[in-house]
Design a protein around this ligand. Structure first.
Ligand SMILES: [Zn+2]
Length: 577
């Protein structure tokens, strides 16, 4: 039963708006009244007269569209801010920079000191396409940074570019064997390491020597990142793979009442290239989570990598037309199907909602099998497990999402070719490539779909609006001449906005308190500068958020937004730089 909320003398009343509530019982409204952070009335302007008292702030929205606060269900926040918003920032996609472009940015960042942290030269996120299969070389960096160790992450976070000093610190030379599931690229003539380290286990050989970020630095990065999220209307996010130090930083922000978002963190249960015997126990993950869980911060989440990445050919497909050409990496699955069943069942029993990284159709199948095993062993519960990426599916598996209560966590930028077809078509054939990203089919089969940016992986921003444009047109705005990709899978904006809001809240277990504009829920709202339900592709791209409210409190306002008294002195994202 919904509690009866008193609507007299509200704190804030918005009038003359167009509220797209995503509440099927009352899809549209003109006005909303807020008291103590909650929505207490949703209706027509005239219905809300009684909510206005002598101290009520009344804001005229002038017909602007308001949607529920947005949920980005896949972010790597602290990594994103550290590597994509500070340090040495290499040119971002979609433009593909040349090697010289990258080197001149590195030179400038080294000279002005912006890339130096704790005695290391750090940054990212370069595109593997710039350097080809051999990767970049240590000599390119040595020439610029000399004896300072350098570590530059690629935009997929699956490889790193280091210099001679970094290799020396890590003790890597021509005699160092590849670690399990990783590659130390070596010069075919001399045998010397080239400075290109592929996959987690190889990256970690150098990465573990970089001084750990302090608690204060981590808090500052998180707070800066959340300000950026808020500027796009985002009120909640799921952190897709956290270490304990991140939980500690977010916990401290939450306790200081500085956490301006609802957060679900996911501790790494299975890393790409991890060794089965070294997996943490579900009980251990739950015990760590219990130390940091508080308020808006839910630390009880887990992340599992079920397969790898396409550029390294470690994606698990049901049928392949070509053999693996990188046999030294782990093949296909990161973890055996039987082990995955055990891990998922244990995490589920310990109350941890699981996000599984699956690119290929075989990965998705074994992930669904694992949830099926967990449901059999533990019975039904209200945990929303999800599969993220979910690029390829066998037709047989599509109905299983709704049957098993597994949601699909999509990246809307993966709605068009984005140069990906060239990589996977030789492996799976043209016919199956053309069925990639089947979002409409999944939705029609009853799957709950949420939207996550995966920032900073592949995408340069958490701005959700360009992705909405791509998912609703299936056209790559940077290559419109390529036409529409897999047209039947287009989603309408009426379908996409709920995915962005209530479905994300549901996946994070928050739909009872947030995710729609509904009496009794928290006032988590985004005021937009245009009506995204009616505008065309180009206009959608340019969409700006004017005001973001979390629990009735502004966490972002643009200069031309309807000014709230309570927004006085609010920092804009630029001011966090
Ligand atoms: Zn990710």
């Amino acid at each position: 039963m919904k509690e009866q909320l008193s609507a007299s003398a509200c704190d804030l009343v918005f009038r003359n708006g167009r509220f797209y509530t995503v509440n099927p019982k009352q899809p549209w409204a003109e006005a909303v009244a807020i008291k103590d952070g909650r929505i207490v009335r949703v209706g027509a302007n005239a219905d809300l007269e009684e909510c206005i008292g002598p101290h009520t702030e009344v804001v005229d929205l002038g017909g602007r569209l308001v949607i529920p606060g947005i949920y980005d269900t896949h972010v790597h926040l602290i990594t994103a801010v550290q590597y994509a918003r500070s340090l040495c920032q290499l040119p971002e996609p979609p433009t593909l920079p040349s090697v010289d472009d990258c080197l001149s940015v590195i030179k400038k960042s080294f000279e002005d000191g912006s890339g130096i942290e704790d005695g290391w030269f750090l940054g990212g996120l370069w595109s593997p396409f710039t350097f080809g299969m051999e990767g970049p070389t240590k000599e390119m960096l040595d020439e610029i940074v000399g004896d300072i160790p350098a570590f530059l992450m690629d935009m997929t976070l699956h490889s790193v570019w280091v210099n001679s000093a970094a290799l020396r610190i890590a003790g890597i030379d021509k005699n160092t064997p590849d670690p399990q599931y990783g590659v130390i690229a070596k010069d075919p003539d001399t045998g010397d390491p080239t400075g290109y380290l592929v996959e987690y286990s190889a990256m970690a050989l150098v990465g573990r020597h970089i001084p750990k970020l302090s608690l204060l630095r981590r808090m500052a990065l998180a707070e800066r990142g959340i300000a950026e999220l808020n500027s796009y209307g985002i009120v909640g996010f799921s952190e897709a793979g956290s270490e304990e130090a991140d939980l500690a930083a977010l916990n401290r922000l939450a306790r200081d009442d500085r956490l301006n978002a609802r957060v679900l963190t996911r501790s790494l249960a299975v890393q790409a290239g991890s060794i089965e015997e070294d997996l943490p126990s579900a009980e251990g993950i739950a015990a760590v989570a219990a130390k940091y869980n508080t308020g808006r911060l839910n630390t009880f989440g887990a992340k599992i990598y079920v397969d790898g990445s396409s550029q390294n050919d470690t994606v698990a497909f049901l049928d392949r037309s070509t053999p693996f050409d990188m046999p030294y990496l782990y093949e296909e699955l990161t973890i055996s199907p039987e082990q995955l069943k055990r891990v998922v069942t244990d995490l589920d029993r310990n109350g941890l909602p699981i996000m599984m990284h699956c690119i290929g159709d075989r990965a998705a199948r074994v992930a669904l099998d694992a949830v099926e095993a967990a449901r059999k062993a533990n019975g039904k519960n209200d945990l929303h497990h999800c599969i993220t990426h979910a690029f390829f599916h066998s037709d047989d598996d599509i109905p299983r999402y709704s049957q098993l209560g597994v949601s699909v966590n999509i990246q809307t930028w993966a709605s068009t070719d984005f140069d990906y077809g060239a990589i996977v078509t030789p492996i799976i054939g043209e016919k199956r490539w053309k069925k990639a990203f089947p979002y409409k089919t999944l939705m029609n089969a009853g799957a709950l779909i949420s939207v996550g940016s995966d920032w900073p992986c592949v995408t340069a921003s958490v701005n959700p609006f360009p992705g909405l444009a791509m998912a609703s047109t299936r056209i790559d705005p940077f290559y419109p001449e390529r036409g529409v990709f897999n047209e039947e899978e287009k989603l309408t904006m009426q379908e996409l906005v709920p995915m962005l809001t209530i479905n994300g809240a549901k996946e994070m277990g928050l739909d009872k308190i947030s995710g729609s504009i509904e009496e009794g829920k928290f006032a988590d709202l985004a005021v937009l500068d245009r009506n995204i339900l009616e505008c065309g592709l180009e206009e959608l791209f340019e969409t700006r958020v004017l005001l973001t409210l979390l629990e009735g409190r502004p966490v972002y306002h643009a200069e031309d937004s309807p000014m709230l008294a309570s927004a006085e002195g609010l920092k804009t994202p630029e001011m966090w730089r």
